[in-house]
Design a protein around this ligand. Structure first.
Ligand code: SF4
Length: 483
């Protein structure tokens, strides 16, 4: 991208056009209420905010009281079988609630809706509406169809839809940090994963709309944004009139330039696509947080090949080396699957070795759950006994507990800049926030409050939390975002 193009985008960012949050009080029509329950990944929570905005334009306000709602939406996850079981159980509750609120409309949104499509209506009698992740604009029409007595479905996937023009309604927000989805879908086709089938092909969102959304969050007092995508490293946008291209490292820098007091995070990275450019962009900008979520899934190159992950153990470890070299002290987390098809004890040992090598601060760890219609379900056998999957999961959880504790012990005596997110769940006298490395830090509240930056000296820790004292409130942020 030429300097001129970057200048144009940066100037736009700095101008910061202010957009009004949709007014939820519709004057002429009865205020209709929607109750939203979200499950699964951050993308789904961000999508629920898109849904709330689309319905706000149709006179709906969101409510947390299910009994007063006209419409109830479950935004579902299909990543593992137990995620879907959880939804089916929840629908049992809705059946009872629906009995005492006859007119209530129940809708299933998200990945389970997309995976099961019309079958949901046969299998779940309490459901009136089934809508996939790319069809939320159609919600007002579909609700009217149900009000007209017809159960309705729209599970069309799109190659264009990014909801770029939709201004999310922030739900359950702490007013400090917010998600911004920068792309939708995934082209990677990992053999165990349903996402490419439930969220469709990859498409990146217009960077202008991303900047507008981030600027509006800054104008509304937010201090942190997390840029979301199934694989943010493959973000790429081509300007229509100029063929200029914007890739992920450039987008990161542009968003970071909006305001030096805005922290920028992102998720999820992919080891095969993550470039050093992204790492240098992080190293150069103090407000791009020093934290990367880099799913490894397995430490065995043989299994990584069966998973169609597109990298080997050696490639992955080289990525970890680059992170450690370019951003010393960077926080790293990962995803791990135990018991994938044909996983041997040796493969499992290799996973434990890569965990030790990478020194993760945190990990999401699961047993392999075969998903229908995935390449693994079609071509491989889910042959690792449940008890072995469970034992290996326990090994991985134990390893991660030790790694997290080790990593936190290294931080004893150090001072970190912390963005305060709220009051500690354990004590009203304590506040919590996260360091740039995404570690949770708890400290006495003093006269500090949510949204403040403070410097905290670490005096104690557990495997999950750093504990400390505020040594001084943060000096006003430097104008420049450069480190
Ligand atoms: S990168 Fe792989 S695991 Fe992640 S969403 Fe895409 S297909 Fe699924």
């Amino acid at each position: 991208m030429s300097h001129e193009e970057e200048r144009k985008l940066l100037d736009e960012a700095r101008q910061g056009e202010v957009l009004e949050m949709p007014n939820n009080e519709s004057t002429d029509k009865k205020v209709k209420k929607v109750y939203l329950e979200s499950y699964g990944c951050q993308m789904n929570f961000a999508d629920s905010e898109i849904v709330a905005s689309i319905l706000a334009k149709d006179g709906y306000i969101t409510t947390k009281n299910i009994d007063e709602s006209d419409v109830v939406f479950l935004n579902t996850c299909a990543i593992r079988d137990n995620a879907e079981q959880k939804i089916r159980n929840r629908l049992r509750d809705f059946q009872k609630i629906k009995k005492r609120n006859p007119g209530m409309i129940v809708g299933m949104l998200g990945c389970m809706a997309e995976r099961l499509k019309h079958n949901v209506l046969e299998e779940e009698k309490s459901v009136d509406l089934v809508v996939g992740p790319d069809a939320y604009r159609d919600l007002p029409n579909l609700i009217k169809e149900v009000e007209g007595g017809h159960k309705s479905v729209n599970v069309l996937l799109s190659r264009e839809e990014t909801y770029a023009d939709i201004n999310p309604v922030r739900l359950d927000s702490n007013g400090v940090s917010a998600f911004i989805s920068i792309m939708r879908g995934c082209d990677n086709m990992c053999s165990f994963c349903v996402v490419p089938f439930t969220r469709g092909r990859e498409r990146s969102r217009d960077p202008h709309s991303i900047i507008k959304e981030a600027q509006e969050l800054v104008n509304n007092g937010y201090k942190e944004v997390t840029l979301l995508g199934q694989n943010v490293d493959s973000y790429k946008w081509t300007e229509e009139d100029s063929e200029e291209k914007v890739n992920f490292s450039q987008l990161l820098k542009i968003v970071a330039a909006i305001d030096s007091s805005l922290r920028v995070r992102f998720s999820t990275s992919h080891p095969k696509d993550m470039t050093d450019d992204v790492l240098y962009a992080m190293a150069e900008h103090h407000n791009i947080c020093d934290y990367i979520h880099l799913p490894v899934q397995s430490g065995s190159s043989r299994l990584l090949d069966l998973m169609n992950r597109g990298y080997t153990r050696e490639w992955y470890q080289e990525r970890i080396d680059s992170i450690r070299r370019i951003i010393p002290g960077c926080g790293i987390s990962t995803d791990i699957i135990t018991g994938f098809c044909s996983e041997s004890d040796e493969d499992h040992q290799e996973t434990l070795e890569v965990m030790r090598y990478s020194g993760y601060d945190f990990a999401y760890m699961f047993k392999y759950s075969e998903r229908p219609n995935t390449a693994a379900a079609k071509k491989l056998t889910d042959d690792v006994p449940e008890a072995v999957k469970q034992k290996r999961l326990e090994d991985v959880i134990k390893m991660q507990h030790d790694l997290s504790f080790e990593s936190n012990k290294i931080d004893l005596g150090k001072t970190f800049e912390v963005l305060i997110e709220g009051t500690s769940k354990r004590s009203a006298e304590k506040l919590y926030g996260r360091s740039s490395q995404s570690k949770v830090v708890v400290f006495p509240k003093g006269d500090h409050q949510k949204g403040d930056y403070v410097h905290v000296k670490i005096t104690d820790c557990t495997s999950g939390t750093l504990i400390g004292e505020v040594v001084h409130p943060s000096t006003p942020r430097l104008q420049s975002t450069k480190k």
